[in-house]
Design a binder for this molecule. Structure first.
Ligand code: CP
Ligand code: NVA
Length: 312
């Protein structure tokens, strides 16, 4: 059993994991020896603060051990992917992998003989979405019927929110004048739309403001994420595209003016780029539940580790 996308996981699995995560947060001491010396390897091609720390600290708090591997300092960088994954599988009990490309993650997972968790690829970020569900349950006391709008570039985080929302009855409206090419997943979008749990706002209009205002007014939660994924942020070959996006996305920035008079909660997976997709003021606004979201990555990842190790 792996966690690469949320799609194959059942509704019951997801609801149970949210409940278990809340329990784990409340009674961490009950889980101190829960994994009895098991080892987690974190294999990362990209940078990370939350996912890495949640994995390393989470397994330690469960009585296990973490081993971090920066891809670039290993022979993964030059050897056969399948060979290296088989070797890693012989050393550890579970792997948390952050790959650039979803396709490569799938290939690596096929060669692994222990559970693999997707720690964020270019298409999905399932561990983020599970932590987000936990945070929504914590703050709104329910998941079913919650209205969430994602404003920004349709990306990995947005896809996993749609996939998670579809399992628990969250209605996701996406306001995204840009879609990351790697994030296109028509099958997921169609399945969620058929359940009435995913729709998009037409952004191809000269004045988006009234429609945007209406969506925000109808939403319990307004969520955003970076306009440029981390691997492209300092990539010189992406510089022109980055400038184009910053210009195009400016009207979609979450700021005090846009959210004035709205009681919605504000979410962001972090890292945030203050002054771009969100202002620093809103990150710290009283409606913001962003830092609970980031804390909950720890508790929810512990739940994921427990569940996958129990099935291994
Ligand atoms: N939200 C998230 O995954 O953060 P990191 O990239 O810091 O892990
Ligand atoms: N969507 C962003 C943030 C993930 C935590 C990215 O992939 O860089």
């Amino acid at each position: 059993m792996h966690l690469i996308t949320l799609n194959p996981w059942s509704e019951t699995d997801i609801f149970q994991m949210v409940e278990e995560s809340l329990n784990l947060k409340k009674y961490p001491e009950k889980y101190r020896h829960a994994v009895g010396g098991k080892s987690l390897c974190l294999l990362f091609q990209k940078t990370s603060t939350r996912t890495r720390c949640a994995g390393e600290i989470g397994i330690t708090q469960l009585g296990g051990h973490a081993h971090y591997l920066d891809w670039r300092t290993t022979n993964f960088a030059l050897a056969d992917l399948g060979d290296e994954m088989r070797v890693l599988s012989a050393y550890v009990d579970i792997i948390l992998a952050r790959f650039l490309k979803h396709t490569e993650l799938v290939e690596a997972t096929a060669a692994a003989t222990v559970p693999v968790i997707n720690g964020c690829c270019d298409k999905y970020h399932p561990t983020q979405a599970l932590g987000d569900l936990m945070t929504i349950q914590e703050h709104l006391g329910r998941l079913e019927g919650v209205k969430l709008c994602f404003i920004g570039v349709h990306n990995n985080v947005c896809n996993s929110l749609i996939a998670a929302g579809m399992k628990v009855g969250i209605e996701v409206t996406v306001v995204a004048p840009e879609i990351n090419p790697a994030a296109v997943d028509k099958e997921l979008w169609d399945a969620a739309a058929q359940k009435g749990l995913y729709k998009t706002l037409d952004t191809d209009t000269p004045n988006i403001s009234p429609a945007l205002e209406k969506v925000i007014a109808e939403s319990d939660i307004v969520y955003t994420d970076t306009w440029v994924d981390m691997e492209f942020f300092t990539d010189p070959s992406f510089a022109e595209e980055r400038e184009r996006r910053l210009k195009k996305m400016a009207p979609y920035q979450l700021n005090a003016e846009l959210l004035e008079g709205h009681a919605c909660k504000i979410m962001h997976c972090l890292p945030a780029h203050h002054g771009y997709e969100i202002t620093g003021e809103l990150v710290n606004d009283e409606r913001s539940i962003i830092f609970d979201q980031s804390e909950n990555r720890l508790h929810s990842l512990k739940t994921i580790l427990l569940r996958l190790l129990a099935h291994a």
